[in-house]
Design a protein around this ligand. Structure first.
Ligand code: HEM
Length: 364
């Protein structure tokens, strides 16, 4: 008797959950709940908007196409925005919230200030989605879709003149938006450019990501398809100056940095001043999405310390992976796709947690 009651309650719950999902498509009554880390089962699924807003991806892609055609670097910036979102409280669009009486914006954090960009493109996507399907598609999902869409578009456009394609991936969806942001989290969880290999591994492990994810994701490779023959992703002088002049406090450049490359970098990045001058992350890549980044690291030409330590940091696994990806582009693409899914699964808000913001910059 008791067990049949339990059984019928379960059936009722399952039914309510299912019908509520249809009635309130913004709510995900998936089995995952919250608190899941990268790589684990997150409760997200690719067809989340299949009925509630089937045109979601088309709308995202049409805005991206225009934005990236106008400024190819935007693709790199949008990919990075998703990364900086996911590493702070999970992939919940906390990075998009502006300052308010209750919010200390993550935009002011060290790794983001004067650096992170692409907010206007996200606003435009959100405005179009609100018109088509009011309060249905979360800002957190828009960030994930924009990161994937940017990668896909870079491999298809005429700038590359090459249709060979790069990674695409089936993207689990259904994230909801946070009502909070964490300035402290942004300062402490996003890796710094002068990170040691141990710092990087610790910060990635904290998110449930492993060394394979670290190497595949941190290939700042997306900056490679570019107007000038090489890269659209750039770094400011301030993020690599230490390597050029005073790597270990003895007024000497980083010994692992190729000498000719280093001399060239000094012309854009003087010892004093010029902090906002920019240099491509990958100067040598031909105009296609490829694994050149890994070859450059092998040659001592990775721009950031955090790039080069994947090779020089004496961690056998990252060294092996850099070598493998430098020779096997297909493997790099497929691992990158998997790692992006893992990263996108970091602690999503689902069910009744969080909200679907109407405007990505503020809570409802
Ligand atoms: C391993 C840890 C990482 C560190 C230490 C790091 C650090 C940096 C730094 C310092 C810059 C230059 C920022 C500036 O000068 O304003 C940068 C740019 C960039 N990063 Fe990373 N990053 C890491 C991982 C990642 C990951 C996982 C992704 C993406 C999945 C990524 C994507 C990018 C892109 C695309 C750019 C160029 C952005 C633009 O041109 O607007 N990075 N990164």
């Amino acid at each position: 008797m008791a067990s049949s009651k339990v059984f019928s309650s379960l059936i009722t719950m399952a039914f309510l959950s299912f019908t509520s999902s249809l009635a309130f498509p913004g709510y995900n009554f998936g089995w995952g709940g919250t608190g899941h880390f990268g790589g684990g089962y997150s409760g997200l699924y690719p067809k989340f908007y299949q009925f509630s807003c089937p045109q979601t991806d088309d709308i995202v892609m049409s805005v991206l196409e225009r934005a990236i055609a106008k400024e190819p670097r935007m693709a790199a910036s949008l990919l990075r925005l998703h990364f900086h979102d996911c590493f702070v409280q999970g992939c919940d669009a906390s990075i998009l919230l502006d300052d308010s009486t209750t919010i200390a914006s993550e935009k002011k954090a060290g790794p983001n200030r004067n650096s992170i960009r692409g907010f206007e493109v996200i606003d435009e996507i959100k405005a179009k989605l609100e018109e088509a399907c009011p309060q249905t598609v979360s800002c957190a999902d828009i960030l994930a879709l924009a990161a994937r869409g940017s990668t896909v578009l870079l491999t298809k456009t005429s700038w590359s003149g090459d249709q060979s394609g790069g990674p695409n991936w089936e993207l689990p969806l259904g994230r909801r938006d946070s009502k909070t942001a964490s300035l402290n989290g942004a300062n402490s969880n996003i890796p710094a450019p002068n990170s040691t290999i141990q710092n990087l591994i610790t910060l990635f492990n904290r998110q449930g990501l492993n060394q394979v994810d670290l190497v595949a994701l941190s290939g700042e490779f997306i900056g490679q398809v570019c107007v000038g023959g090489h890269t659209i992703g750039v770094a400011r002088c301030v993020t690599f100056k230490q390597r050029l002049y005073n790597q270990n406090g003895n007024n000497q450049p980083d010994a692992t940095l190729d000498r000719t490359y280093s001399n060239g970098l000094r012309t854009v990045c003087p010892k004093t001043g010029g902090d906002n001058n920019i240099s491509p992350l990958d100067f040598a890549s031909p105009v296609r999405f490829d694994n050149t980044y890994f070859k450059l690291i092998l040659w001592g030409k990775g721009l950031l310390n955090s790039d080069e330590v994947l090779m020089t940091g004496n961690v056998a696994q990252t060294v092996e992976l850099v070598k493998t990806y430098a020779t096997d582009e297909g493997l790099f693409f497929s691992q990158f796709a998997k790692s992006m899914v893992n990263m996108g699964n970091i602690s999503p808000l689902t069910g009744f947690n969080g909200e679907i913001r109407k405007n990505c910059r503020r809570n409802n």
